[in-house]
Design a protein around this ligand. Sequence first.
Ligand code: ADP
Ligand code: ASP
Ligand code: MG
Length: 438
Amino acid sequence: MKVMKFGGTSVGSAERMKHVASLVSASGPTFVVLSAMSGTTNTLVEIAGYLYNRNPDSAIETINRLEVIYNSHLTKLYATDEWRNTTREFLHEVFDSLRALTRQPFGQVEEKILLAQGEIMSTHMMTNYLHEQGIPSVLLSALDFMRLAAGGEPDLAFIKEKLGELMKAQTDAPLYITQGFICRNAYGEVDNLQRGGSDYTASLIGAAIEASEIQIWTDIDGMHNNDPRIVDTTTAVRHLHFDEAAELAYFGAKILHPTCIQPAKYANIPVRLLNTMEPQAPGTLIDNNRDAGSIKAVAAKDNITAIRIKSSRMLLAHGFLRKVFEIFESWHTSIDMICTSEVGVSMSIDDTRHLGEIVHDLKKYGTVTVDLDMCIVCVVGDMDWENVGFETRAMQAMKDIPVRMVSYGGSNYNISFLVREEDKSRALRALSACLFEN
Ligand code: ADP
Ligand code: ASP
Ligand code: MG
């Protein structure tokens, strides 16, 4: 059995839902994971904002507006009054429950319940549409099997056991439908896997049912070898190692949620990124196989701050780096890139909420300088240190661009450059020309 996950854009209108229905009904035994219709989770977040700000009137207004939009989707989605009305009644109950939230104290528990409704609605709409079309399918509620353990991580053993039981009770169903993103926490309360978490749901289900493949369907054409918004000559990457996909996900290619990759990687289940608008296109396959010596893609991450601490006390001293790192740890700030020399260390961060405090604390140990508005540009591919030549090509591309830091050797799949944000486009174009266009 395979898993097919459709993102918010793929189920964003009645037409697109119908298209998804035709794709899943032709696909054999499948576990289908759906996001909320695009824009819905953002609207629910907006409603939560009003309720936190004790503004129930604006919350109600936004809820009512959303209900009107959903009702217009129902008009287009169903051919019969029977299914249209059944679904409208279900959605009306959902919207009534949202209106009820505006009349009671609002906190994190209520917020999680609110955010869960987008996926609950899209999956009901889809399952009812499949029923209307006579396509056998079963809706399994993610709230019955998707569970976080006490530490907040998904409880794969529980998910596997519970999902096994639920599927056994419905063995004649060729199509199982469920909600992405939503789950319960260790206390049984409604929770979620963070924004964009539907990919994670798909990966966890794939691992739990030992799927043959996990397909992530979205509205763009797989992972690209560079940012299509900046470089005109990008091409889709056909194959990536899981670790390459993870590097790309962290450094800006937003198409795959970074955490999503882990369960599939460990269970050794291939992930395929496919384009809903072009279902015949081959997409991008991600698995545990390496393409020896090949450079796959370039990605960039903005809003990076570089911090350097220089200290002659560091020379031949031990324990210096620990002291530096402890400062970042105490301010809950993670370090992305790091480069060291005998008398200095440079680090980059993307979360600057505690920059002032961090710099203040670092000044105990040395002279500190900060560079704002930087950008990490990373080259991803098979860069095992015994492969020769690729560093030269990447460096050659940067010959006219001021480079603040270079990091290589942290993983087998990445070489990163820290440059000024204003040089990002130039760097991406130069790397593209040197690495992919000859
Ligand atoms: P989905 O869940 O279907 O992936 P969302 O509704 O979450 O889609 O929105 C993601 C949007 O961001 C999509 O329209 C997609 O085209 C766009 N997007 C994602 N990654 C990239 C990227 N690397 N470059 C350009 N656009 C991207
Ligand atoms: N609907 C959720 C979000 O917009 C989860 C997802 O689409 O992956 O973040
Ligand atoms: Mg999405």
